[in-house]
Each structure stands twice: as C-alpha cells, then as structure tokens.
Design a protein around this ligand. Structure first.
Ligand SMILES: [Zn+2]
Length: 327
C-alpha cells in the first residue's frame, strides 16, 4: 500500500496542531497534490492492469550514492517502465528541450530527472546482467492538465485520458515468472526518506495538546475504559489512540529521543499520565537499557510505519473494541 512521505506526515501533524508558515503551506499543498495524483494512478492501474502484473510502488533507490525516486515501476515482457506521475493543472508545452507553461519555463526539468533515473536503473541492471530494456513514462494524471510535446522524445508521455489505453496495452502478454528484477531493486532500496523538517522546543510548546480523532481531527474526545469516542461517531481502541499520539509526538520531534515528560505534556491534562507511562514501557524501547531516565528510542515515524510489523497484537485489540464499546 502506498504511503505518504514523512515530510507530508510531518506537515499534516503540524497543521493539525498549529499554524504552518507560507512556505510550509505551499509544500504541504504540493506534496498532498502529488500524493493524491499517485493514488489516482493506482486506482487506474487497479482498474486496467491485470492482477498478475509485475510492479513496485514508491521506490527510492540508492545505487552507490546515486539516488532516484520512482512513483511506480511496471514490468511487462522485457521492458521496465519507470513511471513518474505528475498532478499538474493547466497547459504545458515541451519544445526545444524545455518544459513551459503559459506563465513560465521550468528550470527543474522533469524530463531530465526521468532520464537520470533511467541511467541509474540501466547501470544497475547491466551490472547484474539482467537483460531488460528501460523506458520512462511520464503520466499527467490531472484531468485539468494537458501537455503537448513538440520535440521528438524517447519518453512515453501520457495525458490523463491516454493512461487507461496504455495500461490496457500491457494486457494479454505472457507475464514472466521471474522476479529477479524486484529482488535486485529491493536490494538497493532505501525504506524511508529522511524527514527534512524540524520543530523547535518553542514551537512545540505552542502546539495544541491532546489526542485528535483519527477520522475528523477533532480534539473533543471522550475517553471510556477501553475506547476513545468522537462526536463524529468514530470510535478508536484507547490503546491505539495513545500509541498513535505517542508516534505523532515522535514524528514531530523526530530529531530527539522520545521523552516521557514531554509526551505527558503533549497529551495534556485530560489524559492519564500513568496510562502513557505504561504504554511507553510496554511498546517502546528504552534509550539506555537499565537506566530509567524516561527516554525511549524515537523512529520518527507515524503509527502506520512504526507498528506495521506488529499487526497481530494490534488486530487483537481492534477485535476487542467491538465487545468493549459498551464500557
Ligand atoms: Zn471524529
């Protein structure tokens, strides 16, 4: 399943609890639009590709220091398609080796970026003797966006309405059973892009305290014995609400260890300090084993990332929610 970038998660958390600067707001909009475009493309793939299609989502590759980020990689026959998804509105023209819109010429050339990725992947596959051809695909996913290509380009450039046909063109071809390419890509894949933003201690103090509803964002929640209930009708297992909020603190302050006293502050007076302490003891790793200084390892990731391999225990908690709602 496709996940948001840590930067986007961070900006969302800060927006929910305070104000974003103009620059942050612009980045937030841009990242959110990008993510929405990727989800739309995934939906089209789900609709028009065959189930057994060989693909990878969201790959950040580091091949001997050359880093490349791909939204999607699809393999069909002996071709690897590196897909860049662009959620741009308005009219764009590519002419004389430059991309321009009605207003400006882009210095950050998306075609040059795509070619750079192709060079990195070509080198990787050549080094490991995988005989695969690599092609760039640039997909304009926004129905209100359009690109016109006036140069001869080796890249496949698709406007929104051309995407389904292109995906369908990959049907009815014998899919190879060989997954060597995926294993190779995963070998050089970096799992998490570093979060480039920081929250100062002064700014942290200004943030809104408490647990917010995971569905509607409201901070006016009622804590029951085993659940947290929101006026919007959403109910969350109490343990998960606490874990999620501790992770949110960890994400916002990802450059520092988890600090128990600050986490208690982050929850605010409405929430039980003892419950927070126990949750930390049961689910987090002390920074200095043996020394009880209330500091825990901070992975700086939202709940979905942090506990993604512990589904079994958390699933049990979710199942219990149903019979515990009455408390
Ligand atoms: Zn709610």
């Amino acid at each position: 399943m496709r996940k948001k970038s840590l930067d986007l998660y961070w900006l969302e958390a800060m927006k929910q609890r305070g104000h974003l600067s103009d620059e942050e707001q612009r980045s937030y909009q841009r990242l959110r639009k990008g993510f929405e475009g990727e989800l739309t493309f995934d939906q089209l793939c789900h609709q028009f590709l065959e189930n057994e299609t060989d693909y990878l989502d969201d790959v950040t590759l580091d091949y001997y220091g050359d880093v490349s980020q791909m939204d999607k990689i699809i393999k069909n026959k002996n071709i690897i398609y590196l897909v860049d998804i662009k959620n741009y509105q308005g009219n764009y023209v590519y002419e004389n080796n430059a991309l321009r819109s009605e207003k400006r010429i882009f210095t950050n050339d998306i075609f040059e970026q795509a070619r750079r990725s192709r060079r990195i992947f070509t080198r990787l596959f050549a080094d490991y003797h995988l005989p695969l051809e690599i092609k760039n695909v640039i997909a304009f996913i926004n129905g209100q966006g359009r690109i016109t290509i006036n140069d001869e380009l080796p890249e496949i450039v698709l406007n929104y309405e051309e995407i389904p046909m292109w995906l369908m063109s990959m049907r009815d071809h014998e899919q190879g059973q060989n997954n060597d390419w995926q294993k190779l890509v995963q070998k050089y894949q970096i799992q998490f892009y570093k979060n480039s933003r920081f929250c100062t201690k002064e700014r942290f103090k200004q943030l809104k305290k408490g647990i917010h509803c995971e569905k509607c964002g409201s901070f006016s929640l009622k804590t029951k014995r085993y659940t947290i209930q929101c006026l919007c009708g959403h109910t969350e297992v109490k343990k998960i609400g606490y874990l999620r909020t501790i992770c949110e603190y960890g994400l916002i302050m990802h450059h520092l260890p988890l600090k128990r006293s600050e986490i208690i502050q982050f929850f605010g007076k409405k929430y039980s300090a003892d419950y927070i302490k126990n949750t930390l003891i049961n689910y987090f790793i002390p920074l200095n084993m043996g020394i009880k200084d209330g500091r825990y390892q901070n992975y700086g990731r939202p709940f979905d990332y942090w506990f993604e391999n512990e589904d079994i225990n958390l699933d049990k908690l979710v199942k219990r929610k149903n019979w515990q709602t009455r408390f």
